[in-house]
Design a binder for this molecule. Structure first.
Ligand code: VG1
Ligand code: CO
Length: 555
């Protein structure tokens, strides 16, 4: 076949940044620069080109899957990326008019056995940002070595190979798939929708779901309404290119399932009329769910799922080694469960692993995983998965007749509870950021000092020692401040922003008693952080704690 490919010279190449916690995120303006997307994509095509000529990574070794959230410009970008991939000898599978969730993409990459996927999403960032994630043949996000390789290739691009879209179409290089159906079929195989549907009919539970105008709407409708026939109200269902637009102060809305951004869902949950409530971010790899007035933190939900993981079907696919992973800054709800997990899976190896933030670190290791920002992953694909989590919660409720709160309290009664919140210190000045780095690097100098009610016992930095190779693969993935009374503060810089700095601060403390007011429990740590920053001469403060908007049944 002789397809027409033109080669366009890149007159002034850009310096493209390395992908961060999850893909590259830049403002719309950056992506609108002439040929910026072209250079980005040519580099990715070069990466897949090398990868697939070095070895066969998939049955459809020269095919790439494309899809993403409904963010402004993504349709156009999918068209252009298709032209460049086809210009480089690949064929392309496009998910559902370009609309797909990150977990559905991860599943489809594996299911279709293609060489990888390009996911157009800046996830929780507002529509004023653009993001692109690159996933490899096993469905997981590209890991650090690959990310470095991609960036090197991108920054060496001097010309772009392009095939006109219509030409690619005429040459049958483009296929379109019903990714909603493909993903719903997967969940059906895992959870058994027909049994769930029957139990739902008997129980008559109601739900409110909130896809935040991202990619989740069609998936939620197909699964909860069409397949499970559930009595559902779906708010913010329609995928919108502005992901809901602006708030009352003129700031673009964050499509992020975080207590700060879902006051409407919190209010509906407070009515007590809904057995299940859930919000997911624009690419549906994160969730915040619960029901009957209660919400579950991701680490708590992770513990609940781990304890009940045997009810999932396809158990034969569980590997010999079951890895329960959490990013190190996530509440440690899983360690107290170790002995029970070992008993739950006789004959298998059970390991509990701490990773850096970014689900790529977890996806690489295999199966169960959780992140601090409301992401829970499962053994069936290689990403966090918001809808999977909500369906799992629903399934547990149907099996037991219990509310989310009752389910969670059973776990806390057995293992104790980790009280947890996240906050941030953010700003635009490089000097401020450097100052924060210096304060945290030298925090051990404050050891033994009292900050409000707490004494700083130890300050250290956490390096990721890879559990397979034993090599330190990520140095200083978090700063750790151990205060008296088991109060632990961890901090790291965000890697998903498109400008300025955000230091993320994670607070946790364990207690056997789960019925304490969370804000009171966490207050001494918040005060200690403020005092420490103040004494170190830092001009800003830590705020925006997620528990501030969180309903607390024990308050
Ligand atoms: C944030 C979250 C992190 C998550 C990442 C990507 O990263 O804190 O837990 O993995 O977003 O999630 P950062 O570096 O800004 O803290 V998503 O839903 O944007 O793919
Ligand atoms: Co996301």
């Amino acid at each position: 076949m002789n397809h027409r490919v033109s080669t366009i010279l890149l007159p002034s190449p850009y310096r493209i940044r390395k992908m961060g916690t999850s893909g590259l995120r830049e403002t719309q303006e950056v992506f609108q620069q002439p040929m910026f997307l072209d250079q980005f994509t040519q580099g990715v095509a070069d990466f897949f080109n090398r990868m697939t000529t070095e070895r066969t990574v998939a049955e459809n070794n020269r095919t790439i899957l494309l899809g993403g959230d409904p963010r402004r410009g993504n349709n156009r970008r999918i068209r252009r990326i298709t032209e460049i991939l086809c210009g480089n000898g690949f064929s392309v599978v496009i998910a559902q008019d370009g609309l797909a969730t990150t977990p559905a993409m991860s599943h489809a990459i594996r299911h279709l056995s293609v060489a990888g996927g390009i996911i157009l999403t800046a996830s929780h960032n507002p529509f004023t940002d653009v993001g692109i994630k690159v996933n490899i043949a096993d469905g997981s996000p590209a890991l650090d070595d690959d990310v470095t390789r991609i960036q090197d290739l991108q920054n060496s691009v001097r010309s772009i190979n392009v095939m006109d879209f219509d030409e690619a179409e005429a040459n049958n290089l483009i296929e379109r798939i019903d990714i909603v159906r493909m993903y719903a079929d997967l969940l059906n195989r895992i959870f058994d929708f027909s049994t769930m549907k029957e139990k739902l009919r008997a129980a008559g539970l109601k739900a409110v779901l909130n896809p935040m105008h991202g990619a989740g709407g069609p998936f939620a409708r197909e699964i909860f309404v069409n397949r499970l026939n559930m009595d559902c109200t779906i708010i913010k269902e329609e995928p919108r290119d502005d992901l809901g637009g602006y708030d009352a102060d003129g700031h673009p809305l964050h499509p992020e399932p975080d207590f700060r951004y879902i006051p409407d869902l919190i209010a509906l949950n407070d009515t007590g009329q809904y057995a299940i409530v859930a919000a997911w971010d624009s690419d549906v790899d994160r969730r915040l769910d619960g029901g009957s007035g209660f919400f579950l933190e991701s680490a708590d939900e992770f513990a609940l799922f781990a304890a009940n993981s045997r009810i999932l079907r396809l158990e034969g696919q569980f590997p010999e080694t079951l890895s329960f992973c959490r990013s190190t800054v996530t509440a440690d709800t899983i360690s107290p469960m170790r002995d029970d997990l070992v008993k739950l899976f006789p004959g298998k190896n059970v390991e509990i692993i701490e990773t850096p933030t970014g689900f790529k670190w977890i996806a690489e290791l295999g199966n169960w995983g959780v992140e601090e920002s409301n992401g829970v992953g499962n053994p069936f694909l290689r990403e966090k998965d918001g809808i999977f989590a909500t369906v799992f919660l629903l399934r547990l409720m149907l099996d037991t007749g219990k509310t989310p709160r009752q389910l969670m309290e059973e776990i806390w009664q057995r293992y104790g509870r980790v009280y947890f919140t996240r906050g941030e210190v953010s700003g635009g000045l490089d000097e401020e950021k450097s100052m924060l780095v210096e304060i945290l690097n030298k925090a051990s100098e404050y050891q033994g000092r009292r900050f409000g009610e707490l004494v700083l016992e130890k300050a250290l930095s956490w390096d990721y020692i890879h559990p397979r190779s034993g090599v330190i693969t990520e140095r200083n993935a978090a700063w750790v401040l151990n205060f008296s009374g088991g109060n632990t503060v961890k901090a790291r810089f965000s890697g998903t922003g498109s400008g300025g700095y955000t230091l993320r601060v994670y607070l946790s403390c364990y207690d056997r008693d789960y019925r304490m007011a969370k804000s009171l429990k966490l207050q001494p740590m918040k005060a200690a952080i403020s005092k420490l920053l103040e004494e170190a001469g830092f001009p800003g403060s830590c705020g925006n704690y997620t528990d501030e908007g969180q309903p607390d049944p024990y308050a």
